[in-house]
Design a binder for this molecule. Structure first.
Ligand SMILES: [Zn+2]
Length: 109
């Protein structure tokens, strides 16, 4: 009783979650450059580094949907921007006053 319904709901959830991961990854990749590194002063496109592994997400997703979603949210929350040139954390967006200040200092010296 209702077993098929549960399977159908699980399949739909897995499908939607898969689409979400794909769309999320796509928008990550589509981010423009426009950050300045406070360490090496390069204009860079930040590289995003997350804790954990995408394979674990996939594995969890395969067996249990809910832990996979939680795990994925945890990974998103640990996501850090780093400079691809020198590896320093927290590149500053050029659109912010702090970014502008660094850019002005670099071009002025
Ligand atoms: Zn750097």
């Amino acid at each position: 009783m209702g077993g098929e319904m549960a399977i159908a709901i699980s399949c739909t959830a897995i499908l939607l979650f898969g689409i979400w991961i794909f769309v999320d990854g796509y928008f990550q990749g589509a981010k423009e450059p426009g950050h300045i590194c406070p360490n090496c002063h390069s204009i860079i496109k930040p590289r995003e580094v997350e804790s954990g592994s995408g394979w674990i997400t996939l594995l969890l997703l395969f067996f249990f949907v809910v832990p996979a979603i939680i795990y994925s949210f945890w990974r998103s929350s640990t996501r850090k921007n780093t400079c691809p040139t020198c590896g320093a954390p927290n590149p500053v967006p050029l659109s912010t006053p702090a970014g502008q200040a660094i850019a002005a200092k670099v071009s002025g010296s």
